[in-house]
Design a protein around this ligand. Structure first.
Ligand SMILES: [Cu+2]
Length: 139
């Protein structure tokens, strides 16, 4: 039984060898009127055997994109820049409202719900990973 499990683990690693970094559920919040700032979110998973690091993000839809974290200090919500996001082998990190996010600044045009926006994520080892993020409306 142990041997079979080991075989399955090795086999599944091999099957995903070309895709060590998997990004899923990428979305951006629709922009509000003419406000040129919004945020992007996604889940990133390291399926590789080595640690990796998300270094930066860019999008053709905006002039700037930075990794940020929302933190609450003495009941006051604040944001601070995050230099990079570490991903140990097998680790997943979720960027979501209220926590880690990508601050998207200098939007070239308002983002409307339903649109698709390309994001390019740069990793220390995996290099560039491109994803399409869906614009979702404010709720
Ligand atoms: Cu922010």
């Amino acid at each position: 039984m142990k041997a079979l499990l080991l075989f399955l683990v090795l086999f599944s690693n091999a099957a995903f060898a070309a895709d060590t970094i998997v990004v899923s559920d990428a979305w951006l919040r629709a922009s509000l009127g003419k406000v040129p700032t919004t945020a992007a979110y996604f889940k990133v998973e390291n399926r590789g055997a080595a640690p990796d690091k998300l270094l930066s993000i860019s999008t053709t839809a905006a002039g700037m994109a930075h990794l940020h974290e929302s933190v609450e200090t003495n009941g006051v919500a604040q944001m601070r820049p995050v230099p990079s996001i570490e991903l140990k082998p097998g680790q997943s990190v979720v960027l979501a409202p209220g926590g880690l996010h990508v601050m998207v600044m200098n939007l070239k045009a308002p983002l409307i719900a339903g649109e698709k926006v390309p994001l390019v994520l740069r990793f220390e080892k995996a290099g560039e990973v491109k994803v399409e993020a869906e614009v979702r409306g404010l709720k």
